[in-house]
Each structure stands twice: as structure tokens, then as C-alpha cells.
Write a protein of this length. Sequence first.
Length: 91
Amino acid sequence: MIIKMGDKTPVSNWDEWLDGFLNYLRVERGLSNNSLEAYSRDISQFLSSIDGGKRHPSEVSQGDVLKYIMTLSRYKAPRSVARNLSAIKTF
């Protein structure tokens, strides 16, 4: 899906966005099922951390990502934090 700048159309379901993203990773990048599951888990956890995924994508800020990564770094290994950040940036 493409987000147009300034588009404030309500997002009814982040799952649709995530499904499209995972399909892109599977078809265009040829990722394995294990990789797709990791991306899905990482992105889902991030979306849950930002108002339960109720915000429009254009309202997600760098501060949201930074806060989430700082929280993860308290209890996850650096490689896991880096993987999460990579998944979020790709999404």
C-alpha cells in the first residue's frame, strides 16, 4: 500500500497493511516462512505499542520508534533490537 502525504483516511485494520507488507517480502524479496514470521511478530509488537495500532501510519513518529527501541533494549539482546529496528524501517 502507498500512503499519500497528508492522507488522513482512517486505517480500519493494520492487519491489511501488515498482510500487504508480508506479501511483498514473500513475493518480491523471496523471504522464508521463518523470516516472514519474525517480521510479522516484530511489526505486530511495535504496532501494539503505539496506541494499539489505532493511529494512521502518517501519525507514527520517529519518537514512537525510538521509545519502542529503547524499551526493547532493556530486555532484549542487541541483535534482537537491531532486527526489530530493521523490520520497522522496512515496514
